[in-house]
Design a protein around this ligand. Structure first.
Ligand SMILES: N[C@@H](CCC(=O)N[C@@H](CS)C(=O)NCC(=O)O)C(=O)O
Length: 205
């Protein structure tokens, strides 16, 4: 039995995949797509009754919800050299929940209505409205980033979770124009080798 991560890399499965690559974990990638019915088969619904990717199957321990998958792996595993991504839990938890509740919906709207949906279905005004709602939370994060990473001096799973969500606002670079610390932090996170490996994976499957 191996650690399995279900979900194509071009999806929220990128979150647990990013953690796995940061830690150099041995895992089996099952690139279940979210379109075409693969998340509605009886076998898949047995894993996640919500019918969503990602799912982590850690030797029989099943985890779904992408942030929970990322946090679980960071808690459960370390890299071969003993380093890890777990970080101070108060910071990790508050920033991860913050990303999901304060940013994710609007960040997704920015992505969908600028880039991800076919041009004839995009509604630029919805991207603009989402971008204005994001200004407040993004300013808060910019202010917090007077330190190198979200939880302090070291890159942790909090950075994975928050950067995964905020990578969706890249098509609107103006959102970051007046937030230099946030812009530099996000660039640094997205340039990390593990994140590049996951992006390469998303171009393959
Ligand atoms: N809150 C869930 C959302 C999962 C989700 O919506 N995943 C999408 C792909 S990114 C999916 O599986 N969509 C297929 C569907 O809903 O049928 C999480 O973070 O894991």
């Amino acid at each position: 039995m191996t650690l399995k991560i279900y979900g194509i890399a071009a999806s929220r499965a990128a979150r647990p995949l990013w953690v796995a690559h940061e830690l150099g974990l041995t895992y089996e990638h099952v690139p279940t797509p979210y379109a075409g019915g693969a998340t509605r088969t009886p076998e898949f619904l047995q894993l996640n009754p919500n019918g969503h990717i990602p799912v982590v199957d850690d030797h029989g321990v099943i985890v779904w919800e992408s942030m929970a998958c990322a946090l679980y792996l960071a808690q459960r595993y370390t890299a071969a050299d003993g380093s890890g991504l777990a970080g101070q839990s108060a910071e990790v938890l508050r920033w991860t929940f913050w990303a999901v509740t304060e940013c994710e919906k609007d960040a997704l709207s920015v992505l969908m209505h600028t880039q991800a949906m076919p041009p004839d279905r995009r509604r630029p005004e919805l991207a603009q409205e989402a971008a204005s709602r994001l200004q407040g939370p993004l300013r808060i994060l910019d202010l917090h980033l007077q330190r190198p990473y979200l939880a302090g001096e070291r890159f942790t799973v909090a950075d994975v979770c928050v950067a995964s969500v905020l990578s969706w606002i890249k098509p609107m670079p103006d959102l970051l124009g007046d937030k230099p610390r946030l812009a530099a932090w996000l660039k640094g996170c997205l340039e990390r080798p593990a994140q590049q490996q996951v992006r390469a994976l998303s171009r393959k499957v």
